[in-house]
Every structure is written in C-alpha cells, then in structure tokens.
Design a protein around this ligand. Structure first.
Ligand code: GLU
Length: 443
C-alpha cells in the first residue's frame, strides 16, 4: 500500500470529504461573500496579465485622512486589550459625532465598537431572536448572515420606478401579516447597491410605520458621510426609540481594511448592546487597540477632515453622474446617484438584443462583461433581485483617490470636476464605462 503513488492524494480527498460532511448544515455549500470573491478573482486575473476594471468590491479609493494616519502612527505601541464595548474616549467621540452631524442626543454608553460593522450585524442577529426584513436590492451579506444563524428572512421587493425605495405601505403591509412578530428591519442609505437615498419626509413616514409596528430598525448608515451633497439625515432622529445606527470608518474614512465599526443604540436597548458585548467577549475580546485610538481622531473631525470629505463628495458626485449619464445615453437605465459610490444599471430595456447574444440573466450579463471587456461588476441576484431583472452593481472606485484629491485641491474649492478632470484622474472607470457603452451599442 505504501508503494501506491496515489495514496497521498486518496487520503487528501477522503479527508476533504469528511470535513465537508462535518460542516454545519447551514454553512455547507456556501461560498465566500460575492464582494470578497470578485475582488480576489480580479486580482487573480490581473496577476495572469488580463486587463481588469475593478468595479466589483465596494472599497473606497481614497486614502485615510492624514490626521487619522498620524494618530495611528502615534498609537502603534498601544498593545493592551481594550474594554469589550470599546475605548471610552472613542465611544464619547462617536456620541459627539452623532450630536454634531445628525443632531442626535446620544450618551457614550449607547455606543458599541466592533471589528467592522459587518461583525456587529452578525452579533445582533445572533442575540436578537427575530426575522430579518430586507428591502431589495440590498447589500450582499445581510441575508447570508441570517442564514448562517438560522433567522428567517422576509424580503420586500422595492419598485425601480420609485428608485428602489422602501415605502411605508410596503413595510406596514409586511408587519400587519403577523403583528407583534419580532423583526429587525434593515434600512441602508445612501444605498449599496443603488446609490439612492431618502428625503427627510420619506424617513419620517417610514419612522412612523416602524414605530406603529414596534420594529427594531437597523439603519445601516455606513455611507452617510458620502451623501454627495453632505446632506445625510439619520432616521434615528425620527425614530430614536427603535433605531440602531450602524456606521464605521470603512467608507467615509477610506479605511475598510482597518475594520472598525460602530453601533449606536437607543437608551431602551441597552440589554441588546450588553448581550452583544457578552458574545463579543467570548469571541473577539476587543477591537484592535491602535485602530481604536486612531479612530478617536476620525470621529472628532476637524477642518482637515471636513475638507477631505467635501473633496471626496465632489469627486464621487461628478464621476457617478458622468457614468450614469453615459450609460443612460446608450439605453441602460441608470438612476442618478445621490450618495456612496455605486450605480445599479438596469439593462432590461435592451433585453431583446441581449437575448440574441445568449444573455438572459444578470449573471450571464456580468460574466460576459468580465470576459469580453474586463469589467468586473456584480449581478443583481447578489443583491436579492430576480435573475431576469438584468441589473448589475457597478462600484465606480477603480482609481487612485490620492491623485484625484490632489487634483481637486488644485482645481479650487468651488469648481466641479469636468469631463477632462475625470478622464485624467479616474481613467479606468471612464474607460470601463465607455467600453460597456460600446459593447452595448455593438450588440
Ligand atoms: N461593502 C462593500 C461592498 O458591498 C465591501 C465590503 C464587504 O462586502 O464586506 O462591496
């Protein structure tokens, strides 16, 4: 038997099968998150020499603001485990940040710091026994987290004609089906994947319905600072007693890889915060110490960070509008983005022409875009849409944000970046969108 040259391979295959069988049933068959997977696939293709436009992962192209990087340098030596709920000064800075930016009166005690808001969302679902209500299209990981934990998911399919926004009637209709059932309703705006947002009146109307049905609202406001006009309004100011605000450094501070998220709870939900902290203490113990110290500077803000945000918003607004305009000009219906760095183009007006080319779903559409022109986008199905809806998510982030920030500084404080600015500072995004437009026109 030892002479069998295939012996080791056999053993390996058997071992792998055994492990598969022993996987938790809820996890068996599950692949990595599609945002993470598309990024790794792009890197592989690039390493093999293929030209790839990275419009898949929603990662900020901008550098972390210098004062925050400097604070991290200064605190590189911080090595102690910190309190499980987070560093006191950081929780205070987050509470002041909410008061300053959103006019919400929050105590530092209400804030929970975690290693990314994604992890905090998972902990919330783990400790809170309730259904997860997800208006679609929605970020890729809410539902898989519920599946892993075994929570029931209720989907609410929003209407593209209403810019994919959840309406109070839809929310009320679902809640009336089984009144009193515990539910967490996710609201995410500015939206990943549509780039849309809600007006204060719309938020107020949703808040009244949420209040009537006593739902826990998980308001994912991670893109709040990236409202293109700097006019984000938190629904927590309309429904303070039932809203958990989810935020963090990943998007507005260009620090996705730093993994720092925040949850801010209503005063009456301290029991939920404490239950999450108990689980956190048994799993990750505490969030990285140097990162927490640096995050104090980020949340305290200041002139330099304000200027950074103004410049980031100007670039994203100009680039998002340019991309949407180009796509609309060739018949791909694309909503004007109001925040974040995503577009959710709908190719269904071109369904007949696409079908003649063998494309009848958003998965075949995104596969073709990657294969034929190197544009990596994610299919609408990853965001809860039906395969035949022919939507994709395009993250317009494949550019050097540091260069773009330098260029906009040279442009002066008021001017909006024009076509020439975008071509020289965001060339990959511009080229990718032009290639998509040519591809569509050639169908
Ligand atoms: N939120 C980003 C996205 O939707 C990336 C991070 C993640 O999914 O974990 O692409």
């Amino acid at each position: 038997m030892d002479a069998d040259p295939t012996h080791i391979e056999h053993t390996g295959a058997m071992a792998e099968r055994d492990v598969q069988v022993n996987l938790n049933l809820r996890v068996r068959g599950m692949g990595p998150s599609s945002t993470v997977a598309i990024n790794e696939r792009c890197d592989e293709l690039r390493a093999r020499g293929k030209q790839v436009f990275k419009l898949g992962l929603g990662q900020s192209p901008f550098p972390v603001p210098e004062p925050v990087v400097e604070a991290l340098r200064q605190n590189a030596g911080q090595k102690a485990y910190l309190p499980v709920k987070g560093l006191k000064q950081l929780r205070e800075a987050v509470a002041h940040y909410h008061a300053r930016n959103e006019g919400i009166d929050v105590d530092a005690e209400a804030v929970l710091i975690g290693p990314g808001s994604k992890e905090l969302m998972f902990l919330l679902q783990l400790v809170y026994y309730g259904d997860l209500v997800i208006p679609t299209p929605a970020w890729v990981s809410y539902a898989p987290q519920a599946d892993i934990i075994g929570r029931r998911v209720s989907w609410i399919h929003t209407d593209p004609k209403l810019d994919w926004k959840l309406t109070p009637d839809q929310l009320g209709g679902l809640c009336s089906l089984d009144p009193g059932r515990p539910r967490i309703v996710v609201l995410n705006y500015p939206s990943n994947p549509t780039g849309g947002t809600y007006t204060p009146d719309e938020l107020d109307a949703l808040a009244r319905t949420a209040e009537q049905h006593r739902v826990v609202l998980l308001s994912d406001e991670i893109y709040g600072e990236l409202h293109h006009d700097g006019a984000h309004d938190s629904i927590a100011s309309h429904y303070p007693q039932g809203t958990i605000i989810s935020g963090g450094l990943s998007k507005w501070c260009g620090a996705g890889g730093w993994r720092l998220g925040t949850f801010t709870f209503p005063p009456a939900m301290g029991w939920l915060r404490d239950a999450m902290a108990a689980v956190a203490s048994e799993t990750y113990t505490s969030t990285s110490a140097p990162i927490q110290y640096a995050a104090i500077t980020a949340f305290e803000g200041g002139e330099e960070i304000e200027q950074y945000l103004k410049d980031v918003r100007r670039i994203l607004k100009a680039l998002g509008n340019w991309c949407a305009g180009r796509l609309n000009s060739v018949g791909v219906h694309t909503m004007e983005p109001l925040g974040a760095f995503y577009l959710f183009p709908d190719f269904s007006p071109l369904a007949d022409r696409l079908e003649e080319h063998g494309i009848d779903s958003c998965t075949s559409l995104s596969a073709d875009l990657l294969e034929e022109i190197g544009a990596a986008v994610l299919p609408g199905t990853e965001f809860g849409c039906m395969p035949d809806e022919l939507t994709v998510r395009l993250a317009y982030v494949d550019f050097d944000g540091a260069l773009a920030l330098q260029a906009i500084t040279d442009l002066g404080d008021e001017a909006m970046p024009d076509d020439a600015f975008l071509r020289s500072n965001c060339p990959s995004v511009v080229t990718a969108v032009e290639r998509i437009c040519e591809w569509v026109s050639d169908l």
